[in-house]
Design a protein around this ligand. Structure first.
Ligand SMILES: O=C(O)CCC(=O)C(=O)O
Length: 270
């Protein structure tokens, strides 16, 4: 799987690039089956991210790939590790985690603007999140990403619905700008996507998403991967996803070291 020079340059310059047809039809089938299983039987980590009066429904789940064989096959066979190695100039790529994000038809709830890395327990710059829809996504319902924000700074993470500072302490990071109030001041990217397409973005790229209109369903599997300089950075607070809850007192990670163990398989080279 060779990524074009212009896609690599776009990723490094903008912190986001769209990759057309990078997921095969069989892989789309696997991801669809896995997502539908998660919807039937969410994990204890699942969160409803829409309010009760929303005409639709937004649910997220995390770290589900080991519970669903369809996701397991995807993780064992995907070539996205090779893609990430090229985007990040890494020799090796490991899985960090999966994230299922489903907005049912007519979901009004926006995904607020945020960066992902401040919620995580990893440091380093060589990383990629792949946002992979299994349904066609119109540009009006697509993830939106603010070009160049992957260069920093880290911005204050808050809980999506109640806006609480549950990660970094109040005042310790700059607040996110009000992107919606000043959209003209930012370069914002989003696309219409078909199953098989993916958006690759950096864990510091500011992104958000509208609700979904009409009868569209927006089922997404996202896989987050780590390149050469990414290391475990334990925090004093509970991160999202909360790996400590999965590991109990058998956390295989060493502070300052790359992640290893069965939750973090190497995706490239195989
Ligand atoms: O799918 C969404 O609505 C938001 C996605 C997101 O925030 C992410 O993939 O990190």
């Amino acid at each position: 799987m060779t990524v074009s020079r212009s896609d690599v340059e776009a990723y490094r310059r903008d912190g986001v690039v769209v990759l057309r047809g990078v997921v095969s039809p069989h892989e789309v089938e696997l991801l669809t089956a896995g997502i539908d299983e998660v919807l039937e039987n969410p994990s204890p980590r699942a969160k409803v991210a829409s309010s009760p009066d929303d005409p639709g429904f937004f649910i997220e789940d995390f770290c589900t790939w080991r519970d669903h064989e369809a996701f397991g096959e995807f993780v064992r066979t995907t070539t996205l590790g090779d893609v990430a190695a090229q985007l990040t100039d890494s020799h090796a790529i490991r899985m960090y985690h999966d994230h299922v994000l489903v907005k049912e038809a007519r979901t009004r709830q926006r995904t607020p603007w945020h960066q992902d890395q401040p919620y995580y327990d990893v440091e380093g710059r060589q990383n990629v999140s792949f946002w992979i829809p299994v349904d066609p996504v119109d540009v009006s319902s697509c993830l939106e990403l603010v070009v160049g924000t992957h260069l920093g700074p880290w911005l204050m993470p808050r809980s999506f619905l109640t806006k609480e500072a549950k990660w970094f302490p109040e005042g310790s990071l700059t607040e996110l700008p009000d992107v919606d109030a000043r959209r003209g001041d930012f370069e914002i990217k989003s696309w219409s996507l078909e199953p098989g397409d993916a958006i690759a973005f950096h864990m510091l790229t500011v992104h958000g998403a509208p609700g979904v209109s009409g009868d569209e369903r927006r089922r997404v599997f996202s896989v987050r991967v780590l390149g050469d300089d990414m290391v475990y950075a334990p925090r004093e607070w509970t991160c999202s996803p909360d790996f400590t809850q999965l590991f109990g007192d058998r956390d295989p990670r060493t502070p300052g070291e790359p992640l290893s163990g069965p939750w973090f398989p190497q995706l490239f080279p195989r």
